[in-house]
Design a protein around this ligand. Structure first.
Ligand SMILES: *Cc1c(COP(=O)(O)O)cnc(C)c1O
Length: 404
């Protein structure tokens, strides 16, 4: 392959760009994970992740992909044949559902249209019919990465409570945690699932669970086979800052650094506001191009990615290829049901205004080179919003007078 000058634009919705500070933090000799130096690092990472999940309860860190953390959530809390209610928001919800089946559970899959989030009313309605409380858990993907739709987790909690159903509530936050506001304790989530390679700005390789007291109680009676994923072994070793088997030591160095950046330096509220703003600028560009945003409910627009539909008869993957070949930028592909129909712009993680401007320029130039019918002016719309857009109180920011 020939050398391509300049930085590659990695604008898929995960893995995301890893800040050079984080890369440098990992470039440090691997230490003895049972030695005295390690415990401080272990404690700091576990404590920091509690702040990210907004929980006072327990957090578990696995050397794994996000998929491993999905499995941990199920095998630690459930028994063979247990019924679950899972919601079809898109591709990732489908995979989690498939996993539940593979594990010998009986998941019911509430069908969705891939353009809206999990509907709290439908969940309440279904749980109301389950008078014998056969459904042991409700599983929802917070930010469906295949569609750019964010489900309303707080409202789903209220829906479960409104029918007094005792099911555990499990939420996948793999592409939302540390990008979109999330509150494990306040929203009464029992198990939250996360991974390192999206909002946390790390390479792939860490999986996380946040675990409520109720989920820990369920763990006592759950008898799906578990070994590698066993929470109890983790809780035991974590007390003193250690892990039951070799952790991904260098990724933990990176996590320690990214937690410092997210919590201590930028602050989570600002991190969320930054993602909201970039998502809004992106949507303005898409509308100006006269293309369609896949998500149809503005209350469920994702702040970490935007999935864009191309008109019928056109291929989103051809456009992605034009953009990759011509401008060295990777965009997310359409998955399963929306394959070829959508491309996804990731705007999460270590990201700023000029990176977004470059990203949108790449898309607009790609559209120009393609035969996809569209209007120009998407970049202009985004730039005006970024430069002069509404202030926090909804006022339009005036350009500074030239005669000042
Ligand atoms: C990325 C992603 C996953 C899969 O995570 P892996 O680390 O690839 O196993 C699952 N769910 C959601 C919502 C995701 O965005």
């Amino acid at each position: 392959m020939s050398h391509r000058a300049g930085r590659h634009f990695l604008q898929i919705p995960g893995p995301t760009n890893v800040p050079s500070r984080v890369l440098r933090a990992m470039d440090y000799p691997t230490m003895d994970h049972r030695g005295p130096e390690f415990a401080d690092l272990g404690h700091r990472c576990l404590l920091g992740m509690k702040k990210i999940f907004k929980t006072e309860s327990k957090v578990v860190i696995f050397p794994s992909s996000g998929t491993g953390a999905w499995e941990a959530a199920l095998v630690n809390t459930l028994s063979p044949g247990n019924k679950l209610l899972m919601y079809e928001t898109g591709h990732f919800a489908m995979l989690w559902h498939e996993m539940a089946r593979n594990l010998g559970l009986r998941p019911e899959f509430m069908s969705g249209d891939w353009r809206t989030g999990a509907d709290p009313d439908r969940i309440a309605e279904r749980l109301k019919q389950d008078g014998d409380h056969e459904i042991k858990a409700v599983c929802v993907v917070h930010n469906e990465t295949s569609t750019g739709v964010t489900s309303r987790i707080g409202e789903i909690r209220k829906a479960i409570d409104s029918v007094n159903h005792p099911a555990l509530f499990m939420v996948d936050t793999i592409s939302s945690l540390a990008s979109i506001d999330y509150r494990h304790d306040e929203w009464g989530v029992d198990v939250t699932v996360a991974g390192s390679q999206k909002g946390l700005m790390l390479p792939p390789g860490l999986g996380f669970n946040a675990v409520s007291k109720k989920a820990m109680e369920a763990c006592e009676f759950a008898n799906l086979p578990r070994s590698y994923w066993d929470w109890n072994a983790m809780f035991g070793a974590n007390k003193s800052g250690y892990f039951p088997y070799t952790p991904a030591t260098n990724l933990l160095y990176g996590l320690d650094e990214s937690l410092r950046m997210l919590i201590d330096e930028e602050g989570l509220d600002k991190v969320f506001a930054r993602h909201d703003r970039h998502a809004e600028a992106t949507r303005r560009a898409v509308r100006a191009w006269d293309l369609e945003i896949l998500c149809t409910n503005p209350a469920e627009y994702s702040s970490s990615l935007t999935a864009v539909l191309v008109p019928d008869g056109h291929s989103a993957d051809e456009l992605r290829k034009i953009i990759l070949d011509g401008f060295d930028m990777s965009l997310g592909t359409g998955l399963t049901k929306v394959a070829g129909r959508v491309f996804r712009i990731g705007h999460l993680g270590d990201f700023n205004d000029l990176m977004l401007a470059g990203t949108l320029c790449g898309v607009e130039m790609g559209l120009m080179r393609s035969n996809i019918p569209h209007k120009t002016g998407g970049v202009d719309a985004a730039l005006s919003y970024l430069a002069l857009g509404e202030t926090a109180d909804g006022q339009k920011r005036a350009p500074r007078s030239a005669t000042a």
